[in-house]
Design a binder for this molecule. Structure first.
Ligand code: 5GP
Ligand code: ZN
Length: 121
């Protein structure tokens, strides 16, 4: 059930366009609109859930089960030398969209422009 006023639910529904990376019955993965590195992808469950605190174990496990496949698809497409997974929960931890998401951030070496100091994001 899409959550009213949730931009990621609108992306899943196709009401807001996005660059799809992967989709199945459970998850949708798409390029972040503001790429911190080339191929920066968000993976979201199709079930609306605010963040990790409110996520049923089954949704979390189905979501994370897809991450290896999506990380490998990103590696095949962009040829990074590594990848960071990141998940922000609540404003104080820099969550700005309140539909659970995992950032997949491909890495290209020390000077690829991404700092793990999220304060600078
Ligand atoms: P957060 O700060 O909540 O962990 O991350 C939210 C992410 O969603 C940000 O990196 C932001 O760039 C991305 N984002 C926000 N609105 C949109 C949108 O409409 N389309 C896409 N593709 N990404 C979005
Ligand atoms: Zn949502």
């Amino acid at each position: 059930m899409p959550h009213e006023d949730c931009i990621f639910c609108k992306i899943i529904e196709g009401e807001i366009p996005s660059a799809k990376v992967y989709e199945d019955d459970y998850v949708y993965a798409f390029l972040d609109i503001s790429q911190v590195t080339k191929g920066h992808t968000l993976v979201i469950p199709k079930t609306h859930t605010k963040n990790i605190y409110e996520t049923p174990a089954e949704v979390a496990s189905e979501l994370f089960a897809r991450v290896p496949k999506i990380a490998n698809a990103i590696r095949d497409a962009y040829n990074p030398v590594g990848i960071n997974l990141l998940n922000n929960n609540e404003k104080a931890a820099y969550q700005s969209v309140f539909h659970l998401h995992i950032h997949l951030i491909p890495r290209y070496g020390e000077n690829d422009g991404f700092s793990l100091n999220w304060d600078t994001h």
